[in-house]
Design a protein around this ligand. Structure first.
Ligand code: DAH
Length: 357
């Protein structure tokens, strides 16, 4: 067959010059498509004599194969080139330092609340919660603090405003976490073993007092719970919390909601103006406690003839200051970023009984 060499030369040249995959496809159709030049040539085989066909057939097939493989070779080299071009523009230097990101920190109050919760959870105490705005019945009366009782005045209570003629019972910002005792016993009865951490409010402001602060209440009710259990639980708690054996001292005291009542001190030393807990022979008052008053049990619909137990209330901010050496309570709530970065905790410093934090 004549002209096959020229045909081969032309098509291979065009393929070699194709600038992109689109152009290459056009070339493929023009050569090998239904009406492509090579396809038309193959159709002519039918009109040939058998002798002619015998040489022309294989020659045309060889040409077709050659063009096909030139097409796919060009296609892959165009693909490689396109990838090279992308790689040349879209590169990334993975050795560059990352951009600085602002990282928040966990507030000491949150951290200590978690630490306290982990330690009491280990002793079988569940966490209970109550509202921060509560009725004066839950905050006072049910806790055996009647209207005329001096404790109401001592607590510098914030009362919620009432429109004139609004006769609903007075509500207060809770002055302690003790009302959670009542709410929990009302809802779940006895026996029970809970702590109740949370915010409390009193109109007071100086280096060791802020109008909002944090307490954790403890309550354990069963048939035979005694002050001895209270002492063990508290010593166990303080030793775990401060990471060293801490002695406690119980001093007789008075709270309307407990009988007998005790204030609890922990052993400490004062050296160069700093406190160290768990050594020395000074004492530091850290909480109030006692055996829950029968009237309190009755108010919460728990029969005092059948049940008894202990309760305690402790300042969270105060034990946070002691453990982490934070001198001024007011700074806790100033939202000063420098303070938060200094005293805050990393998010991954999760407290657990075994973690030693
Ligand atoms: N509610 C008391 C306060 O805020 C603390 C307290 C003392 C709680 C004795 C108790 C307790 O549960 O038994 O000062």
């Amino acid at each position: 067959m004549e002209g096959l060499d020229k045909l081969r030369g032309d098509w291979l040249a065009r393929i070699g010059e194709a600038a992109d995959e689109g152009a290459l496809e056009e070339i493929r159709v023009a050569a090998l498509g239904k009406k492509g030049e090579i396809s038309l040539k193959m159709r002519e085989l039918g009109k040939m004599s058998p002798e002619e066909r015998q040489t022309a057939g294989p020659a045309l097939n060889a040409l077709k194969d050659e063009v096909n493989s030139a097409l796919s070779a060009r296609k892959s080299s165009l693909g490689d080139a396109a990838l090279e071009a992308r790689l040349a523009t879209e590169w990334l230097d993975v050795t560059l330092p990352s951009r600085p990101r602002r990282v928040g920190s966990i507030h000491p109050v949150s951290q200590v609340t978690e630490e306290v919760t982990a330690i009491f959870a280990d002793m079988g105490f569940a966490v209970a919660e109550g509202p921060q705005i509560d009725s004066d019945w839950y905050n006072f009366d049910a806790l055996n603090i009647p209207g005329h009782h001096p404790a109401r005045a001592e607590m510098d209570t914030f009362y919620m405003a009432r429109a004139e003629g609004d006769n609903r019972p007075p509500h207060v910002l809770r002055t302690h976490t003790s009302p959670v005792q009542i709410r929990h016993m009302e809802a779940h009865g006895a026996p029970c073993r809970i702590i109740a951490p949370g915010r409390v409010y009193r109109a007071d402001y100086d280096q060791t007092h802020t109008p909002m602060f944090h307490q954790v209440e403890g309550l354990a009710i069963d048939r035979d719970i005694s002050m001895a259990n209270l002492k063990w639980v508290l010593e166990e708690f303080f030793s775990a919390y401060f990471g060293t054996k801490v002695k406690t001292r119980f001093r007789a005291s008075h709270f309307p909601f407990t009988e007998p009542s005790a204030e609890v001190d922990i052993q400490c030393s004062w050296e160069g103006g700093t406190v160290k807990v768990g050594e020395g022979d000074d004492w530091l008052e850290v909480l109030g406690s006692g055996m829950v008053h029968p009237k309190v049990l009755s108010a919460a619909k728990v029969d005092p003839a059948e049940w008894q137990g202990f309760a305690f209330g402790m300042g969270i901010d105060r034990i946070a200051m002691l453990k982490y050496g934070i001198p001024d309570l007011r700074a806790f709530f100033d939202s000063d970023l420098r303070w938060l970065r200094h005293y805050g905790f990393a998010a991954l410093q999760v407290p657990a009984v075994h973690s030693g934090v």
